[in-house]
Design a protein around this ligand. Structure first.
Ligand code: FAD
Length: 519
């Protein structure tokens, strides 16, 4: 086989552009896992299929990267394995119906652009809160955001996805076709990128006009421990009854301060009510705008236009909990968690460790997060959870700052989750989007409920669909991990790949495109 068939750009280890091309969000914290033998910027389906064929025939794996936001570096790889970058490949955007409620779009579209396009038609759908996250990973890791109780996750609104699997075939996997259900279940919640390359997704969107009483606000206030505790107490109280209407969402974000980045510490509060059942009342003389606002417009305020919280490496931890309000109150969780955060924030400059945190209520028997989860269309776990919490520490320096950040997160985990006396959750419940492990099989019971049943089902499907482990580029993967990945084979030479790089460069140099390729 001649490997000159790649049309897109190829950057190999050792090339001048390598560092810049391999860089992604997790690089600062997991550098050893972000060292692909090469990065192929696939130009189209043909390049993807070609790369799959190369991987199968030469026994290496492909890491798929679209937006590059995965916290544990799961979209990169090392050794002789190759990264397939789709950041500019799949950008089509097609309305499927006159009412603009069914949309098919490419996965290489960032959330900010996606939301602004659907807002123009008065349409919305739940998503996460970072403008630069791409749909490729986001749709598979769930899409957890401000609309979680009212409308569930982005993945709950997927009608079908187009995927290129390890046999080199492109196919649509459709929610309405019974035979497709197992694969769709695996794609939406199995480890993203483990089942093939997603190229497009068809979504069912929601309409502003169906929620004409919707209201909401985003408020930013200076950081104070007391204010934070009060806000978290308000959040916990929502769960005093299981019957809280699913028309209300409330999220608290803490942005720690850092002088070097000119950032003062602040608390951001997001709230929205769909009208009817929940009331937004003025609090302690604070004016609350209770005028209706279109949800699509509110959604534009839920996005943060920042690509990372601090320009620093991190220890990040996201946990879910199924504790009810009464239990959190009896364990004084809000006092504990504000104390933990204040411990980091109050010494941030002295210790060079910086706080980022987020809290959200997802519970109640009417919560769409729960009711959609019960349909088992996706394999995303912990759909009976009440609260979610992210506690992240960034650090400036490999010595003490790193050790302090690590110790801080380890104490949060040790005291907060995983045992009967834990302050937040007796079960240690983790999410794919907020992963902080790099070995999924070892930690399977934390990422997959119904364990080992669900994890085993996903692993079996993985072996059936990808018997050569083309899409197992690292240990954050379901199914058996091949020795070459588990043992982290050292960087070697893929002679046949060198050939591909050379020819790809020759093609670029002669500017005749694929026509000048040899056979
Ligand atoms: C600053 C920041 C804020 C975030 N906020 C939120 C939030 O509010 N809510 C939330 O739910 N998540 C959030 N996330 C997590 C983010 O949604 C997930 O990591 C998401 O999977 C990223 O998708 P990506 O394409 O940008 O990243 P990538 O790193 O490219 O991909 C993530 C995973 O999906 C796989 N993948 C990517 N593209 C494809 C494809 N085309 N085909 C097959 N597999 C693919 C990758 O292999 C990898 O495992 C945040 C992340 C960051 C860094």
């Amino acid at each position: 086989m001649n490997l000159a068939g790649i049309k897109g750009k190829v950057v190999a280890r050792g090339d001048e552009e390598y560092e810049e091309s391999a860089y992604q969000y997790a690089f600062s914290s997991h550098e050893e896992l972000v060292q692909p033998a090469a990065i192929i910027y696939a130009q189209d389906d043909d390049d993807v299929i070609y790369a799959i064929k190369m991987a199968r025939e030469n026994n290496f794996s492909l890491a798929v990267r679209t937006g590059g936001h995965q916290y544990s570096a799961a979209s990169s790889t090392f050794g002789n394995n190759i990264q397939l970058d789709l950041s500019r490949t799949y950008t089509d955007f097609n309305w499927e119906d006159a009412d603009h409620t069914v949309l098919t779009l490419g996965v290489s579209i960032p959330l900010g652009k996606f939301q602004s396009k659907i807002m123009k038609k008065g349409r919305f759908v739940p998503t996460g809160q970072c403008s630069y996250v791409n749909l490729g990973g986001h749709v598979q890791s769930g899409g957890y955001g401000q609309l979680i109780r009212s409308f569930g996750l982005l993945a709950d609104h997927v009608l079908k996805v187009r995927i290129i699997t390890a046999d080199g075939q492109a196919r649509w996997v459709d929610r309405s076709i019974p035979a497709d259900k197992p694969l769709l279940y695996a794609i939406l919640g199995g480890s993203p990128g483990n089942f093939g390359v997603l190229t497009d997704v068809t979504l069912k969107l929601l309409r502003d006009e169906d929620h004409d009483k919707s209201r909401g606000f985003r408020a930013m206030i200076p950081y104070s421990k007391d204010a934070l505790k009060n806000l978290l107490d308000v959040m916990v109280k929502q769960d005093l009854t299981d019957d809280t209407a699913a028309d209300y969402d409330f999220c608290v974000t803490v942005m720690g301060g850092r002088k070097a980045e000119n950032k003062p510490a602040a608390i951001v509060v997001f709230a929205q009510a769909l009208g009817g059942k929940s009331k937004m009342t003025p609090y302690d003389g604070v004016y609350v705008d209770d005028e209706p606002v279109k949800i699509s417009e509110l959604c534009s305020h839920w996005l943060f236009p920042i690509s990372r919280e601090f320009q620093l490496p991190y220890y990040k931890c996201t946990y879910m909990s199924n504790s009810r309000a009464s239990e959190l109150q009896s364990k004084d969780w809000t006092e504990w968690v504000t104390e933990r955060m204040d411990d980091l924030e109050s010494k941030s400059e002295e210790h060079q460790t910086f706080l980022s945190a987020q809290f959200q209520y997802a519970g109640g028997k009417h919560s769409t997060y729960r009711t959609e989860g019960a349909k088992n269309i996706t394999s995303l776990s912990w759909r009976d959870s009440t609260f979610g919490c992210s506690l992240d520490a960034f650090y400036n320096g490999e010595g003490l700052p790193k050790a302090r950040a690590k110790a801080w997160t380890e104490k949060n985990t040790a005291d907060g989750v995983g045992h009967a006396n834990a302050v937040f959750s007796a079960q240690d419940r983790r999410l794919l989007w907020g992963s902080f492990d790099t070995n999924l099989p070892d930690q399977r019971t934390k990422y997959y409920d119904q364990a080992p049943g669900k994890y085993d089902t996903l692993s079996k499907l993985k072996v059936d669909i990808d018997p050569h482990f083309v899409f197992t580029p690292n240990t954050f993967s379901v199914g058996p991990i091949p020795d070459r990945i588990r043992n982290k084979e050292p960087h070697g030479h893929i002679a046949i790949f060198d050939h591909a790089v050379k020819h790809a460069r020759d093609v670029l140099a002669c500017k005749k495109g694929p026509l000048c390729l040899e056979e």
